[in-house]
Design a protein around this ligand. Structure first.
Ligand code: BG6
Length: 489
């Protein structure tokens, strides 16, 4: 319905995520003409603020990054005029009722659809959902709620959260966001595989030796220790972002591109996996390191981190999918903070060519001569395939080269931020990139026993210097499965 209006309420409007990601993404969508004609945006939080103050706050986060040649200040003004603020408590039905009235007032007599974005700590999710669904849901159109992780911290708390949400909302009103699914190269994963004959037939144990999912950041928790310390890197990155990529990577061909068909296949992959075993996991924590006269503090030196914390800031793990396609293929994950670089990538290492005629030309290290497909999710997005070729000349010497799709060269226009795609999908009711509750349950089942064991045994993480390549234990873990981490050359 073109004439329907949509309101987008950012609950927790003055928080970091709202400022850094949500408002800028909404503006980008507006700039690109993707928002419905009749829309209004509401910031909701406890602090007192006027509409003008909210607009000022939001304006500082907006940039004209989309089309650098054009001055977009006019568009910004138009956008800001459609942003409003409502101050209220998170557990007050009364305050949400007032918000609801304000929304209706701005939407006019049209069908009015309400989207809430919960950009708030998890301990107040349920209060807000209760109040918003009771007092500010739409009478004439749909009401949807976007929830950010953490969705609990283990199977039990996640199930409790789901039960709580379902008291007030139907599953199709809940949009659980995993922003990695909104990243361009993650979206492209299925296109790469399912629309290229040179890849799809190779996508199995028959040709693939191992798959690596690697996430690294070159900065520590820096002030976010409070949140991070009660979750740790396994819950922060592996159980969601990396596992989601794994499921998309490994799923069987879905019947169609419909959300349910894709999510059905992802759930099957997750349910074909066994819970992680302690011996297949390495945990680490960064310690301080001095480089070039600058001392980078260790994790436990962060004032927001409790003294003596054993929370891992790094983890490596080996996972296996027990189905006909992937039996025996190690899927290795590695995620860490305060490492030497910031990047996220998927590496697919192929098997040896049987009876390779050129074996002799590779020296003793035949492993290095196998093909590797690298999908660089970020930064500097790209896809490259390592192949063997002859060095030009009269002799017969072999070389390794990259067939390279470099996004910056091929597509000079800036790639949209993940939040833009996800917000647009939520407005349009497209659920493909959101996490269904059974997917979430299956994901927690894989990690919960391990997380409990780590905590019960008070397992000490292996320390690694801030800015290094992480704990050496990660190499031993890979070596146990005959794997060499591709990102380390
Ligand atoms: C978030 C994590 O989900 O993802 C953060 O909570 C992490 O710890 C962030 O820094 C990384 O996202 P991106 O898009 O910057 O790679």
């Amino acid at each position: 319905d073109d004439e329907a209006s949509v309101s987008i309420t950012v609950v927790g409007a003055s928080g970091d995520l709202a400022k850094k990601k949500i408002f800028p993404a909404l503006f980008a969508l507006y700039y690109e003409g993707c928002l419905p004609k009749h829309f209004s945006i509401f910031g909701y939080a406890r602090s007192k603020m006027t509409d003008a103050e909210l607009r000022h706050m939001v304006s500082k986060t907006l940039t004209c990054r989309i089309d650098k040649r054009e001055n977009c200040s006019e568009k910004m003004e138009e956008f800001l005029k459609r942003c409003f603020y409502h101050s209220g408590q998170y557990d007050s039905e009364e305050d949400f009722r007032e918000l609801g009235k304000k929304i209706e007032l701005h939407q006019g007599p049209r069908v009015s659809n309400h989207l809430f974005y919960l950009s708030i700590p998890p301990n107040i999710f349920l209060d807000v959902v209760k109040c918003a669904s009771k007092s500010a849901s739409s009478a004439s159109g749909w009401t949807r709620v976007i929830v950010e992780k953490p969705f609990g911290r283990d199977s039990e708390s996640s199930a409790a959260l789901t039960r709580g949400l379902k008291e007030f909302l139907a599953e199709d009103q809940i949009f659980r966001i995993d922003h990695y699914l909104g990243k361009e190269l993650v979206e492209n994963l299925s296109v790469l595989r399912f629309s290229n004959l040179v890849f799809e037939p190779l996508w199995s144990r028959q040709y693939i030796r191992n798959v690596q999912l690697i996430f690294s950041e070159d900065f520590g928790t820096e002030g976010r220790g409070g949140y991070f310390d009660s979750y740790g890197i396994i819950r922060d990155i592996m159980q969601n972002h990396l596992l989601q990529i794994l499921a998309l990577f490994a799923m069987e061909t879905p019947i169609s591109l419909e959300a349910e068909d894709i999510r059905n296949e992802k759930v099957k992959v997750l349910r074909s996996m066994k819970p992680l075993r302690l011996e297949d996991v390495v945990i680490g924590q960064y310690k301080s390191h001095t480089k070039g006269g600058i001392t980078y503090p260790g994790y436990t030196e962060d004032k927001t981190v409790p003294k003596g914390s054993l929370t891992p800031t790094f983890a490596a793990a080996a996972l296996f999918i027990n189905n006909a396609r992937w039996d025996g293929v190690p899927f290795l994950m590695k995620a860490g903070k305060a490492l030497h670089t910031k990047q996220a990538e998927i590496r697919v290492q192929f098997r040896h060519v049987p009876g390779n005629l050129y074996k002799g030309s590779f020296g003793t290290d035949l492993d290095r001569a196998t093909n590797e497909l690298v999908i660089r999710v970020q930064p500097d997005e790209g896809i490259y395939l390592k192949i063997n070729n002859k060095i030009p000349g009269l002799g017969m010497r072999l070389d390794r080269s990259n067939l390279n799709l470099h996004y910056a060269a091929r597509y000079p226009k800036e790639i949209p931020d993940a939040y833009e795609r996800l917000l647009l999908d939520a407005i349009e009711g497209e659920r493909r990139l959101f996490i269904r509750s059974d997917e979430l349950d299956a994901a927690w089942e894989l990690f919960t026993p391990l997380l409990k064991e780590l905590e019960q045994k008070r397992m000490a993480p292996e320390l690694y210097p801030h800015g290094s390549r992480g704990p050496v234990g990660a190499h031993y873990l890979a070596a146990k499965y005959n794997v060499r981490w591709g990102d380390l050359g």
